[in-house]
Write a protein that binds this ligand. Structure first.
Ligand code: NDP
Length: 421
């Protein structure tokens, strides 16, 4: 594979050509790779060794009312049913007055980790006493954020082991997610500590465990609104509360419960140009904050209502990273009528609660497959080669036969085509 030598230095066209020379792709395949590349110049500025653009579908989740404001929510996802479930959950909550949110602070935390510490308690005391000086060092490394009204706010010193100390720095990053500005500040603080305390530094990096960037969504739904054809609203509400309890008790269920919450949130994070891996990492750590991994949402029946609550660390950005440079992200901000990172946090946590409500309601009543089935059958039909006109008849043939495996889909498609001939 000698064609890949200094691959990153080659122009885009040459980089593609290597794929053919190395017999990984044919000329036709190269052409299709080129054809789907949206804005190669932008791609090359965003990542290394760019070859093409990988596109995912974007749709709108509807019916969101958050703190009295109506939203349509762009979501980028490959998973069928996420948007339908989201709109469904949001509709129920809107009928009950919408989501209410709280957000008290938006600070990002980073770590300077000191190693080979000899006298941890004394050093921790010295560092704590030097807080003002350390904050000044941090701010001097990124003065523009101070001009914007942000900057370093406090330090915290944690002794992790007899030889390891974490010096945590909390920074108000204003409208950015803040990873890069925080890392710059942390490296400056690390240099200062290295020089002034003759202390070895292991690393300096922000933490994605954003415990000073929490946001909460609440909703209160009259039980009557939850009724299905088979079950009274009260029974559905009680079962949702029981499902919530189950996710507190059992890690197997909690993991899937939280995955469902993140289905919608990740889709909004991608659409809004945010780092969804950063949020995912923090959210799951938060789910295990008392030592056991638990469901993130809480549902309980109080009087004639089902009350839901979800608190998450959501260190999202309104500026920075890829946000200002990807045209579709700008359009998505406009669709959301977004004015700040705080507003995006509130939307995301509400989306998580709506998604969770829809999933739990389906799970404790008709089961998850009924709602998922139609779109999944559509994906299955496409995957076995059905053309646009064949989708509807193939889906209804699959539904009537009660099957959803690819062999059956291929067989039914072949039968349909034979009938057409
Ligand atoms: P940037 O590096 O793009 O920094 C944001 C910039 O936005 C600031 O430097 C600031 O410029 C400018 N800005 C303009 N208006 C404002 C405002 N109102 N408030 C705040 N800043 C403003 O992005 P981030 O530092 O936010 O870093 C995010 C990126 O870092 C993401 O792409 C993420 O993937 C990546 N990352 C994530 C890591 C992790 O999660 N562990 C680690 C490393 C990187 P000015 O200088 O003019 O103030």
């Amino acid at each position: 594979m000698s064609g890949f030598k200094k691959y990153y230095q080659k122009p885009w066209a040459d980089r593609l050509q290597v794929l053919q020379t190395e017999q990984l792709l044919t000329a036709d395949q190269l052409a299709s790779l080129k054809a789907v590349a949206v804005n190669p110049k932008l791609g090359e500025t965003m990542i290394e060794n760019f070859i093409t653009s990988y596109s995912l579908p974007e749709g709108l989740a509807l019916n969101y009312m958050i703190d009295g404001k109506d939203y349509v929510v762009p979501m980028v996802t490959e998973e069928p049913s996420v948007i339908a479930a989201s709109s469904n959950g949001a509709k129920l909550v809107k009928q009950a007055g919408g989501f209410k949110t709280n957000l008290t602070e938006r600070l990002m935390i980073g770590q300077v980790v000191l190693e080979n510490v000899v006298a941890p308690t004394e050093l921790a005391t010295k560092l704590k006493k030097a807080e003002e000086q350390l904050l000044q060092v941090a701010n001097a490394a990124h003065p523009s954020i101070v001009k914007r009204g942000g900057g370093a706010r406090f330090i915290r010193v944690r002794i992790l082991a007899a030889d390891l100390i974490s010096l945590d720095l909390a920074v108000d990053v204003k409208q950015a997610m803040g990873a890069n500005m925080l890392n710059t500040m942390l490296e400056a603080v690390a240099d200062y500590v290295r020089t002034n305390y003759q202390q070895e530094i292991l690393m300096s990096i922000l933490s994605n465990y954003a415990t000073s960037c929490l946001v909460t969504a609440h909703c209160q739904i009259p039980l009557a609104l939850l009724a299905t054809k088979q079950l009274a609203g009260k029974e559905v509400g009680q079962k949702i509360a029981q499902a919530s309890r189950l996710a507190q008790l059992d890690v197997y269920r909690a993991t899937t419960h939280n995955k469902g919450i993140m289905n919608g949130i990740d889709a909004v994070l991608i659409a809004s140009g945010n780092d969804w891996r950063a949020v995912e990492a923090g959210v799951h750590a938060y789910a295990a904050r008392d030592g056991q991994y638990r469901g993130l949402s809480e549902w309980q029946v109080v009087g004639d209502n089902l009350e839901g609550k979800l608190t998450l660390p959501l260190p999202v950005g309104f500026v920075g990273g890829s946000i200002g440079i990807v045209p579709l992200v700008k359009l998505n901000h406009q669709l959301l009528q977004l004015e700040s990172a705080e507003e995006l946090e509130k939307i995301c946590v509400s989306v998580g609660l709506a998604q969770n409500l829809a999933a739990l309601r389906a799970l404790v009543t008709e089961g998850i497959q009924k709602g998922h089935m139609h779109l999944q059958l559509k994906s299955l039909a496409v995957s076995v080669g059905a053309k646009q006109a064949e989708l509807a008849p193939l889906i209804s043939a699959l539904e009537s036969a009660g099957v959803r495996d690819s062999n059956s889909a291929k067989r039914l498609l072949a039968e349909l085509r034979r009938k057409e001939d």
